[in-house]
Design a protein around this ligand. Structure first.
Ligand code: PLP
Length: 400
C-alpha cells in the first residue's frame, strides 16, 4: 500500500509471535496445544517486587519521571554493574527504557546512518536484524556451527567485520541456542575486536543470571577493559526476575552514547512507567532469593528436554549453558514425508507439521538465521515438557 512507509518493507513480523498466535488459535478451537514457543519464564514476579510497586502507587509515584529513569533506578543499575560485573559507571552513564528491546532500538536509532552495518551472530534473536533495518542500517551475519555448540569463532568474527561495520551484537547466553561464552572464549573474541577500533559492541546480557552448573557468566567490557569506551552493556529484569510485562530494560556505556539515547527516548516515550521503575529498584537492590529457585527448575528442565530430544529419531541437541531454550538440529528429517503425505522440505514445514499433527508449538530455525533447526522454550512445567517431548518423539518416529 502506497500509504505505508518504505521502512516497513524491510521488517518482517516476529516469527515467534506468529507461531504463538497460531497455537492460541488452535487452542481456542479446543485442541490440547502445548506451546513451547514463547520466550518468558512461567514463574510469577517475586512478591517483594510486587509489593514495591504497590507501595510506589500508594506513595503517589505516578507521574512522569526523568527521561533516562528515576535517580534511584539509575543508581541501582550502576550498583548492579559494579557488584556483578566489575564495571564502573556513573549514574549519568546508565539509561532505563521500555524493555531490553527498546534499549537496543534506542542505541541503534541514535547511531546508525544509511549503509552502516551491524553484525548479528546466527542463530540470532529474531528481532536484531529487523531493529537494525528499521533504524536504517544493514544487518550482516556471522555464523556459528553446531560442532562449536553454536559459539562464534574468532576467525568468523574477523571475516564478518568490514570497514562499514558499526556494531557487533553479542548475546551470551543466547536466544535461541542457549550458548554462553566462558572467559577464555570471550577473550578470544574481544582480542579480535581490539584489532578493529571502529567497531562498537552491544552486549545483550538479558539471560546473565540463567546459567547452569558451574558456569560463570562474563560480559565483554569486563573481560577486555580496552573495549569499555565502545561497549554498551545491556540487561533487563524481564527474564531473571520474571518481569516481562513490566517492560524495563537498562544499559550503561560511554556518556556520549547514553546522552544520545536519552535524546531519542525523550521524543519517543518520555521514559518508561514510573511504577515499573520502582519495582525494578527492588528487583536489583532487594533479595535475590528467587534466583536459585528459578535456576534449579530451569536446569532440571534443560536436562530433561536435552535428554529426551537426543533420544528422538533424527534430532541432535547440544547441552546449552544458559537461557531457557534448546535448539536441536533436524537436518536428518528434511526430505522425509509425514503420514498425511506432506513432504518436509524445510524446518518451517517440520514445525508446522508438529503443530498440526501433535499440537506442539516450536519455532523454526530459519527465523533465527540458522537451520534446519527449531527452538524450544523449556520455561514450562516438567510434566508438560515431558508430554511435549513424547509427542515430538512420536512425530519424528512416524516420518518416512
Ligand atoms: N534480548 C534477548 C536476547 C531476548 O531474548 C529478549 C526477549 O525475548 C530481549 C532482548 C527483550 O527483552 P524485553 O522483553 O525486556 O524487551
Amino acid at each position: 500500500m502506497a500509504f505505508l512507509a518504505d521502512a516497513l518493507k524491510r521488517v518482517k513480523p516476529s516469527a515467534t509471535i506468529a507461531i504463538t498466535q497460531k497455537a492460541r488459535d488452535l487452542k481456542a478451537q479446543g485442541k490440547d496445544v502445548i506451546s513451547l514457543s514463547v520466550g518468558e519464564p512461567d514463574f510469577d514476579t517475586p512478591d517483594n517486587i510486587k509489593e514495591a510497586a504497590i507501595a510506589a502507587i500508594r506513595r503517589g509515584e505516578t507521574k512522569y519521571t526523568p527521561v533516562a529513569g528515576i535517580p534511584q533506578l539509575r543508581e541501582a543499575v550502576v550498583g548492579k554493574f559494579k557488584r556483578e560485573n566489575g564495571l564502573d559507571y556513573k549514574p549519568s552513564q546508565a539509561i532505563v527504557s521500555t524493555g531490553g528491546k527498546h534499549v537496543i532500538y534506542n542505541a541503534l536509532l541514535a547511531t546508525l546512518n544509511p549503509g552502516d552495518e551491524v553484525i548479528c551472530v546466527a542463530p540470532y534473536w529474531v528481532s536484531y536484524p529487523d531493529i537494525v533495518q528499521l533504524c536504517g542500517g544493514k544487518a550482516t551475519f556471522a555464523n556459528t556451527r553446531i560442532e562449536d555448540n553454536f559459539k562464534l569463532q574468532p576467525a568468523e568474527l574477523e571475516r564478518a567485520i568490514t570497514p562499514k561495520t558499526k556494531w557487533v551484537i553479542m548475546n551470551s547466553p543466547s536466544n535461541p541456542s542457549g550458548a554462553a561464552y566462558t572467559r577464555d572464549e570471550m577473550k578470544k573474541l574481544t582480542d579480535v575486536l581490539m584489532r578493529h577500533p571502529h567497531v562498537w559492541v552491544l552486549s545483550d546480557d538479558m539471560y546473565e543470571h540463567l546459567v547452569y552448573g558451574e558456569f560463570q557468566f562474563v560480559t565483554p567490557a569486563q573481560v577486555e577493559p580496552g573495549l569499555y569506551e565502545r561497549t554498551l552493556t545491556m540487561n533487563g529484569v524481564s527474564k531473571s526476575y520474571a518481569m516481562t510485562g513490566w517492560r524495563i530494560g537498562y544499559a550503561a556505556g560511554p556518556q556520549q552514547l547514553i546522552t544520545a539515547m536519552d535524546t531519542v527516548q525523550g521524543q519517543q516515550t518520555s521514559g518508561t512507567s514510573a511504577i515499573s521503575q520502582w519495582a525494578a529498584v527492588e528487583a536489583l537492590n532487594g533479595t535475590q532469593d528467587h534466583l536459585p529457585v528459578f535456576k534449579k527448575a530451569f536446569e532440571r528442565r534443560r536436562d530433561l528436554v536435552v535428554s529426551m530430544l537426543n533420544q528422538t529419531r533424527g534430532l541432535k541437541c547440544p547441552v546449552p549453558e544458559g537461557a531457557f531454550y534448546v535448539y536441536p538440529d533436524c537436518s536428518a528429517l528434511i526430505g522425509k514425508t509425514m503420514p498425511n503425505g506432506k513432504k518436509i522440505e524445510t524446518d518451517e514445514d517440520l514445525v508446522l507439521g508438529l503443530l498440526e499433527t501433535e499440537s506442539v508449538a516450536a519455532v523454526h530455525g530459519s527465523s533465527f538465521g540458522l537451520g534446519p533447526n527449531f527452538r524450544i522454550s523449556y520455561a514450562t512445567a516438567d510434566e508438560t515438557l515431558e508430554e511435549a517431548c513424547r509427542r515430538i518423539q512420536r512425530f519424528c518416529a512416524e516420518l518416512r
